[in-house]
Ligand binder design. Structure first.
Ligand code: LLP
Length: 431
């Protein structure tokens, strides 16, 4: 199967991280997110091994927690020695409440409010990745009021098309994020930042996009950013200390997805950066990487209960499940393909072509179309694989569906780490 945490038991059921998913679905109810802690730790260590191999262990790995955010996740990545990227006051608060060291946090986003900035500075945020002048002014003013010098990185757009879904491209010139090198605005904002009294410029950041299967966009971004860093040195004398190249490494959701050679990506980036600074005019900056999906995607699956199998004569087969776009909006948003299995009969051939439909009153509420599935009927457990990233973190209460629980699996033990929402939770703030 796609990943080694997915196996088929002697009873023909799908096992995840060594446990029978049919039994877990019955025990905890569905829809249910399962998270394999060992896999997250393995992914963190894999990244760290690349940092050791190609960057003398100096490069930093920041977990992009927009991909999966709840207290226990921050505890896990903290214990693996990772930094984190947060994109909102809510992510920051969750990490903070989990005891995550605020000095190891990077605060992202193209529009941080004054309240966000104030709160983050009060909590001792390590770095802001500042997007624009107005935001910098606000950081500078609030840092001044609090009598500190705040470390920042600047969000830069290198002008790259990484050939991925247009909704997840972020590094092109026409982007809501950051300042473009091409237009001269990136150099302007560097100079502007260097002149601010309560802000300390620590480096630059770029992120070309997400779900990328080729090392070329990363190499191109590294080249462009390194050349820009050298231009800055020339024009201002400022030596960039950190270069954050963002996240974006692709993961396999289906057997048809390519396999990305992560080792080659980091080796290529390391060579590019080394070459750029071979003239010895300045030391190469410390690199940072910001993976989200590739840390958590394959550490998650979602279990649902089948409500019906409906065959529309001459048309399609529909399998209806007890969740859908509120717990996984990715097909509705990006037509993202998933692999699904009937967990009760995972060993059988997937001979039926089906559309997996959610339970919302909306025809676009689908988990996938043309999916090959085992025969099934009401009461069976359907497992959707590789749902650890951007599922729970993008979940909503559309149609007033309560969000599912998250159960963490580690060394054969299970633990509820996020409780299932109740109807009472849904009306908690209704007055
Ligand atoms: N750093 C920055 C600044 C980002 O904007 C992102 C993702 C990442 C890091 C992490 O990228 P990753 O390693 O996870 O690809 N909701 C979409 C993905 C949006 C990604 C946004 N930014 C999806 O479900 O595919």
């Amino acid at each position: 199967m796609l990943y080694n945490n997915l196996t088929i038991g002697e009873n023909g059921h799908l096992f995840f991280a060594g446990l029978d998913t049919v039994a877990l679905g019955k025990k905890y109810g569905t829809p249910l997110y399962l998270i394999d802690e060992e896999k997250i730790r393995e992914n963190c260590r894999l990244y760290k091994s690349f940092m050791d191999k190609y960057f003398d262990g100096k490069a930093r790995v920041l977990f992009a927690s927009k991909s999966l955010s709840y207290k226990n996740i921050y505890e896990i990545v903290s214990s693996e020695g990772l930094y984190i990227d947060v994109v909102s006051g809510g992510e920051l608060y969750t990490a903070y409440k989990a005891g995550f060291d605020t000095s190891k946090m990077y605060f992202h986003g193209n529009n941080k409010t004054d309240a966000d900035i104030e709160d983050a500075i009060e909590k001792g945020i390590g770095y802001f990745v500042a997007d624009n002048r107005e935001e910098l002014d606000s950081i500078n003013r609030i840092a001044g009021e609090k009598k500190i010098k705040q470390q920042v990185l600047l969000r830069i757009t290198p002008g790259i098309d990484p050939h991925t879904h247009k909704a997840v491209v972020t590094g092109s010139v026409d982007s809501k994020f950051g300042s473009a090198i091409e237009t001269g605005q990136a150099m302007e904002i560097v100079k502007y930042t260097l002149a601010l009294p309560n802000v300390e410029l620590k480096g630059l950041h770029c992120h070309v996009g997400s779900q990328i299967f080729d090392s070329q966009p990363f190499v191109d971004a590294s080249k462009i950013m390194c050349a820009f860093i050298k231009d800055i040195l020339e024009e201002t004398g400022y030596k960039t200390e950190f270069l954050n190249l963002g996240g974006g490494l692709g993961v396999r959701y289906t057997e048809a997805d390519p396999v990305l050679d992560y080792d080659a990506v980091f080796s290529d980036i390391a060579n590019t950066v080394k070459e750029a600074f071979a003239d010895g005019k300045m030391e190469a900056p410390v690199l940072c990487f910001e993976p989200g999906r590739s840390i958590v995607a394959n550490a998650g699956i979602t279990l649902y209960t089948v409500g019906s199998f409906k065959s529309i004569t001459g048309y399609k087969n529909y399998v209806s499940i007890d969740g859908g776009m509120p717990d996984n909006p990715r097909y509705a948003l990006y037509q993202s393909k998933y692999t699904a299995l009937i967990a009760d009969r995972a060993g059988e051939e997937a001979s039926l072509c089906v559309t997996v439909a959610g339970r919302c009153c909306e025809s676009g509420d689908l988990i996938g179309e043309d999916m090959m599935l085992q025969r099934c009927s009401r009461g069976d457990t359907l497992a959707v694989l590789v749902t650890g990233a951007y599922n729970y973190s993008m979940a909503s209460n559309y149609n007033r569906l309560p969000r599912p629980a998250i159960v963490n699996v580690y060394k054969g033990e299970t633990k509820v780490v996020v409780k299932r929402e109740s109807y009472e939770d849904l009306i908690r703030n209704d007055l």
